[in-house]
Write a protein that binds this ligand. Structure first.
Ligand SMILES: Cc1ncc(C[n+]2csc(CCOP(=O)(O)OP(=O)(O)O)c2C)c(N)n1
Ligand SMILES: [Mg+2]
Length: 578
């Protein structure tokens, strides 16, 4: 006889726990109450009550990126729609999240059919939730019964693991509490998709031709390599080929940053000079697991025929596309070729001996990228000086292995692409979806998922969108550090609206829509039960940095006061590109 107390909710939670999901981010609601109640008492999985759905969603995204799988439980309609932006970001940037919800139950549906009642949180189309989430997930289902719930749940989790992207599961309200058989003790696994042998062979032959005839090949690695567990294979390819490599901003920290093959992160014109030079001189780009966003139009516009691209969506060699070839098989095939090829007339001797141009010596690249308007006042904090001192502190104190950084989109993100020496998977950013506020919400998930202290660098405009996350950090006694770059403007927006506003003089003003209200951050930190600090000078910043790594049980909010018109050179270059 089946266990009368083991429910569909227990089934899902058991499957999640088997995959090391020990936290579920949640906002309660009546439709989803059976799941929430089960979660509340489920041994080994903690319910993390969040301030709002974006707080929960960004946290789940960062947790998925660091833990390998995440889960978020939401009320129907009002709640799922509020989380939509975060789940879309996870979909675009590859973070596996199980989105859990519940719809009006059978009784409600009958009443609606008979009497035309509009149930709360419904738009009138009761399927709308699932339909909307189909666009930002790799599987979206609504279970009307517990029959076959186990198989359906398994299938969905397998999809999330296989594609490293979100899935959505809603049940009719009562179904989460219906009985269900127990799952097997074996954790679910991603499907291994195999390539069409002939297509793989063709792709490799064409790629090999292109690779071996290149004089200056470069590996351009992206986030999918990390998400799909292919980082060791990437390292082997680097070792066997001897190629130099770079990463996208989203793919930053796909491997530990260092060694004589890593040239630094490529962020188009924001990159350091030596990275731009190496990329510009390369004549073949072995692009692995990279999502080609509009930050990389350079490749599309100038280098399309020289790109060998393998990601989860396509394998392409120059203009040739290969259907039915997987990134993993393609990488394995290349590794084999590098390892077994004999040097000859047309085949270079691998591994190549090339070495990356050494990284700029401290205080570069920060010194020369810092806005010249403050060159005569060394006490003023600028974006670049902030990174200069923060990175020195972290490096000197060997703290880079203890922290995980989170970034949304802001001037800071582009300056941060110049950092070097970070550890694998310690740079969590919204570099492709480009969402502001992500960084602050992501802090909790990044810290819980990785077990490392979150160091978050937020724009003030971004922080204002989601400052309540600070309260969730405090409630969970997490010692994350949130730096808010306080310039009281949407600086990055102004760069693209009219960059001349940054020029000195009262005649150059920002557009009104880029001006932010003045906040009392210290009062806000107090209200949210966090530590609060305001730093206005480099000395104040350095004194504070020393204390931050030792904080326990409480988040710290740091208002970093920077001039409104501070324009980092990285942003100047991006904003004035032809
Ligand atoms: C959720 C969201 N809303 C709006 C935008 C458009 N946007 C992009 S950057 C930006 C301003 C960011 O300003 P701030 O956080 O203060 O950073 P700063 O550049 O000043 O350092 C805005 C509004 C966005 N990317 N994401
Ligand atoms: Mg700002």
């Amino acid at each position: 006889m089946p266990d009368q107390t083991f429910t569909v909710a227990d089934y899902l939670l058991t499957r999640l726990k088997q995959l090391n999901v020990t936290e579920v981010f949640q906002i309660p609601g009546d439709y989803v109450k059976h799941f929430t109640q089960t979660l509340e008492h489920f041994p080994g999985v903690n319910a993390i009550g969040c301030a709002n759905e974006l707080d929960a969603g960004y946290a789940a995204d960062a947790y998925g990126r660091t833990r390998g799988l995440a889960a978020i439980s939401l009320q129907y309609g009002v709640s799922t729609y509020s989380a939509l932006n975060a789940i879309a970001g996870a979909y675009v940037e590859r973070s596996p999240i199980v989105v859990i919800s519940a719809t009006p139950g059978s009784d409600a549906r009958n009443i609606t059919n008979m009497y035309g009642v509009l149930y709360h949180h419904s738009t009138g189309n009761i399927q709308a939730d699932e339909e909307i989430f189909k666009h930002v997930t790799v599987g979206a289902i609504t279970l009307s019964t517990s029959v076959a719930a186990a198989e359906q749940i398994d299938n969905l989790i397998i999809q999330a693991l296989t594609h490293q992207r979100p899935v959505y599961i809603a049940c009719y309200k009562e179904v989460w509490a219906e009985i269900c058989p127990q799952p097997s003790a074996t954790p679910l696994k991603a499907l291994v998709i195999k390539s069409e042998p002939l297509a793989l062979q063709n792709a490799l032959t064409q790629a090999w031709l292109q690779i071996t005839s290149a004089k200056k090949p470069l590996i351009f690695a992206g986030v999918e390599v990390l998400r799909h567990g292919l980082a060791p294979l990437l390292q082997q390819i680097i070792d066997a080929s001897g190629f130099l490599y770079t990463t996208t901003t989203l793919g930053k920290t796909v491997l530990d940053e260092g060694g004589d093959k890593f040239i630094g992160t490529y962020a188009d014109a924001a990159s350091i000079d030596s990275v731009v030079k190496t990329v510009a001189e390369s004549d073949c780009f072995l692009t692995l697991g990279t999502i080609m966003t509009d930050d990389y139009l350079f490749f599309i516009e100038n280098q399309y025929p020289n790109v060998v691209l393998a990601n989860t969506e396509q394998v392409r060699v120059g203009y040739y596309l290969y259907e039915g070839v997987t990134m993993a098989d393609f990488m394995e095939g290349l590794l084999h070729l590098f390892k077994t090829s004999k040097p000859g007339k047309t085949i270079p001797a691998y591994p190549l001996k090339e070495k990356a141009i050494p990284q700029p010596v401290y205080p570069e690249p920060w010194l020369s990228n810092s806005d010249k308007q403050w060159v005569h006042d060394e006490s003023v904090i600028t974006y670049n000086r902030f990174f200069q001192h923060m990175m020195k502190f972290l490096t000197d104190n060997k703290l880079l292995s203890e922290i995980v950084m989170t970034y949304g989109v802001s001037c800071s993100l582009y300056v941060a692409t110049n950092t070097y020496g970070l550890k694998q998977n310690s740079f969590i950013s919204s570099a492709a979806w480009q969402c502001i506020g992500y960084e602050t919400g992501a802090a909790m998930g990044a810290q819980m998922g990785s077990g490392k202290q979150a160091w978050t660098v937020a724009g003030d405009g971004a922080f204002m969108m989601i400052c309540q996350s600070l309260s969730t950090l405090a409630r969970n006694k997490l010692n994350a550090v949130i730096f808010v770059m306080s310039n009281q403007v949407y600086a990055i927006e102004q760069v693209y609206v009219d960059i001349s506003s940054f020029n000195p003089g009262p005649e150059n003003v920002f557009d009104t829509f880029d001006i932010l209200p003045k906040w009392d951050y210290m009062a806000l930190a107090k209200a949210f039960n966090a530590d609060g600090h305001r730093v206005k000078t480099i000395d104040e910043l350095n004194n504070l940095l020393k204390t931050l790594a030792h904080t326990v049980d409480k988040p710290t909010l740091v208002e970093v006061v920077i001039p409104q018109k501070d324009l980092p050179d990285q942003m100047y270059r991006l904003g004035t590109m032809p």
